[in-house]
Design a protein around this ligand. Structure first.
Ligand SMILES: Cc1cc2nc3c(=O)[nH]c(=O)nc-3n(C[C@H](O)[C@H](O)[C@H](O)COP(=O)(O)OP(=O)(O)OC[C@H]3O[C@@H](n4cnc5c(N)ncnc54)[C@H](O)[C@@H]3O)c2cc1C
Length: 665
């Protein structure tokens, strides 16, 4: 159904669209737009609880109808007035947010949630202002920032640097932007965090076509961002950074890269690494692999339209990628083909009805035509993954004793997940047993599954086999498991993930005195101060660095990246403005931050002793997940330039200020 824009829309089209809107959002919006007290006074109830707990909602049909009628009336009169730009009624915003969520947002965290809505697209970007007076053009032009990577993080850095007028170049090893989504094109690839907040806050106006969008949409979005902000001309594509070496005398990094025309070098005052940690494929070392005569594919190197029809396919690995991919590969294999899933450890799955569905045209129409609808929807999905809602899911209760669960809610979550798989695999207790992880829920990446098209349905098909015997060798024609049974395959797919714990690898990064990053991290793996700075490596900032994977700590990767980038740019801005040459983190601050990190991590379910996935590195700790509440990080990352700012935070632990934890020369 094609819908006309508001100015051309008939009353019936408006009514049809509003009929699809979530009433509780309309309550907040009507109050924001009109100060409508009658709408604001409509009471709420709570929905049935799922793993996120019960959520506020408005279900009384009369109340829902009233809110919809008022919205239709507003939209019709707004259309008739020519749909002028509506300013945000800032005096009503706080209450409108509370009404839309059905909760009172604590005042000390409200600014974070206002940023999150993207009402001001630049709210999370670095800007010259009274705290950061703009330097002269000559000062800016004397500075060069190199950004490594053009995924979500690199594009965000590039946009902010461009807006600030700071010269920069982005170096990207791939031929296009999008990072993860450029590389992961396997069938079924899609986000498992809500798409509405998988958009940059500075670019929310892209039409969001579904709750959890597939790879193609994510790729299109990042292409659109690169074009909209004209970032491509600053990107050196197909160019891989090999080394980044600090020149102590010149206070400059020497960057060496390999591009289409051979070696290329840059000398940069600062480096922002946006290399992610999920793009160096982990290829398992299986004896005999080199003798295999068929095709081996890693999921992150999926070929364009491989011919799978009627083929015998082996999938090795059982994480999020594998479970997303198996049902889709099965469709391509068809009834004449066969699929074997080789699984060492199962993963926990959680049913998300509508996971694979697109939004209706009406929902997308409202996003574009009802003022602030997209912003409020973003707030709503963000709140559902906020620390207030989710943090309790990953905390260990030291007094709770159960062989496979670490808290009461963890046990309930486990029971619910087992009930789901039992329902989806009726009459197959053998499969339920094999698909039940030994370690507790949230000790590995939780996998969202659709109600009707998912890994459990796939395993029920006659032409699918779940193999839990260990793999012994790959033979010229197939795979032999422990005990000697050989199965024959035309294609083997490695769904074996990435070298997630090898941060920055294989870049040769050297800081003061020629010290390599490997030396700093040799004790127990990758660490950073605020996930961003590393002592002895001045002017080097990591985005999505060690322990910055948001894992039910509130909000998501977009927020972690935007906040840490703004922090990096404030440090860089200070250097430019004050004609200084380097900013470094004190070793004591790095240690203090990491002691706190270890203390918090010990209480997280992903630290469970049974964990054998990428959430744990070779030293038995997680260098990946973030144990800090996002509300705390948001405060810490806020203002490095202002040494006085300590009084604003009243948290003596982290003092991310120039002259305190940060040393400027
Ligand atoms: C299959 C998959 C699904 C995911 N789903 C979700 C999800 O649902 N929600 C979520 O929040 N996160 C998800 N993630 C995590 C995802 O990586 C982040 O959300 C996000 O894409 C990170 O962006 P980034 O720019 O930091 O890193 P990346 O997207 O990894 O981009 C890094 C870029 O750096 C480039 N690069 C690396 N090394 C070099 C070098 N030496 N020289 C030059 N360029 C280099 C890479 O080519 C790449 O383009 C998923 C990851 C994977 C692999």
């Amino acid at each position: 159904m094609a819908m006309k824009k508001l100015l051309d829309a008939a009353d019936a089209e408006i009514e049809a669209a509003v009929a699809r809107a979530d009433a509780i959002l309309l309550r907040g919006l009507l109050y924001l737009i009109n100060g409508d007290e009658e709408a604001a006074s409509i009471p709420q109830s709570t929905s049935d609880a799922d793993f996120r707990g019960p959520l506020p909602t408005i279900v009384d049909p009369e109340h829902v109808a009233l809110l919809r009628r008022k919205t239709v009336e507003f939209l019709e009169s707004y259309r008739d007035a020519g749909a002028p730009n509506l300013p945000v009624a800032t005096d009503r915003l706080n209450r409108a947010m509370d009404l839309a969520l059905g909760v009172q947002i604590p005042e000390d965290e409200r600014p974070m949630w206002i940023e999150q809505m993207g009402l001001d697209p630049m709210a999370r970007s670095f800007q010259w202002d009274s705290a950061y007076p703009e330097p002269t053009e000559a000062q800016k032009q004397g500075f060069l920032v190199v950004v490594i990577g053009a995924g979500m993080g690199g594009l965000n850095s590039a946009m902010q640097l461009k807006k600030a007028g700071i010269p920069f170049v982005v170096i990207e090893k791939n031929g296009g932007v999008g990072g993860t989504w450029h590389e992961n094109r396997y069938p079924g690839a899609r986000v498992d965090t809500p798409s509405r907040n998988y958009f940059h806050t500075f670019a929310t106006e892209y039409p969001c076509p579904g709750s959890y969008c597939p790879q193609s949409v994510n790729q299109s979005y990042f292409d659109w961002v690169a074009d909209k902000f004209e970032l491509r001309k600053n990107i050196a594509f197909s160019t891989e950074v090999k080394s980044v070496v600090w020149d102590e005398d010149a206070h400059i990094y020497d960057i060496t890269a390999e591009g289409p025309d051979g070696q290329k070098c840059w000398r940069a005052n600062a480096v922002i690494s946006c290399v992610g940690f999920l793009n160096r494929p982990n290829l398992p070392k299986i004896a005999g692999a080199e003798s295999y005569k068929g095709q081996i594919i890693h999921t992150a190197r999926w070929p364009d339209k491989p011919d799978l029809a009627g083929k015998r396919v082996a999938v090795i690995g059982s994480g999020a990628t594998s479970y997303q991919m198996v049902p889709e590969v099965l469709k391509l294999v068809g009834d004449d083909g066969h699929l074997s899933l080789f699984q060492r450890t199962p993963s926990w799955c959680f049913e998300m009805p509508g996971y694979l569905k697109s939004f209706s045209p009406e929902v997308m129409w409202l996003d574009r035509n009802l003022p602030f609808m997209a912003n409020f929807s973003r707030l709503q999905v963000s709140w559902v993954v906020s620390p207030a809602v989710l943090l309790r899911l990953i905390e260990i209760d030291p007094n709770y004793k159960h062989p496979h669960a670490r808290s009461e809610i963890n046990k309930l979550t486990r029971d619910a997940a087992i009930a789901t798989m039992t329902r989806m695999m009726p009459g197959r207790p053998d499969l339920v047993e094999k698909m039940t992880p030994e370690s507790p829920p949230f000790s590995s990446r939780p996998i969202l599954i659709d109600s009707d098209n998912n890994i459990y349905n796939a395993l029920m098909q006659d032409n699918v086999e779940l193999v839990t015997d260990g793999i012994e060798t790959i033979t010229p024609n197939g795979i032999t498991t422990v005990g000697g049974k050989e199965r024959l395959f035309d294609i083997i797919v490695y769904a074996t993930g990435f070298k997630a714990n090898d941060f920055l690898w294989p870049i040769d990064l050297r800081g003061r005195g020629g010290k390599s990053i490997g030396e700093l991290w040799e004790k127990d793996g990758a660490r950073a101060y605020l996930g961003t700075m590393i002592p002895g490596f001045p002017n080097f900032f990591m985005i999505y660095g060690p322990n910055m994977n948001p894992f039910l700590n509130g909000l998501g990767v977009v927020e972690m990246e935007e906040l840490s980038t703004r922090f990096a740019l404030r440090c860089i801005g200070t250097l430019i403005r004050q004609n200084r040459h380097s900013v470094d983190v004190e070793e004591s601050a790095y240690n203090r931050f990491n002691e706190e990190l270890d203390r918090l991590e010990a209480n997280k379910i992903y630290a469970d002793h049974r964990v054998t996935n990428y959430y744990k590195n070779d030293f038995g700790r997680s260098a990946v997940n973030c144990p800090f509440d996002i509300r705390l990080l948001w405060k810490w990352w806020r203002d490095p330039a202002d040494a006085e700012g300590i009084s604003k935070i009243s948290d003596p632990l982290i003092r991310p200020y120039i002259g305190q934890d940060l040393r400027v020369e």
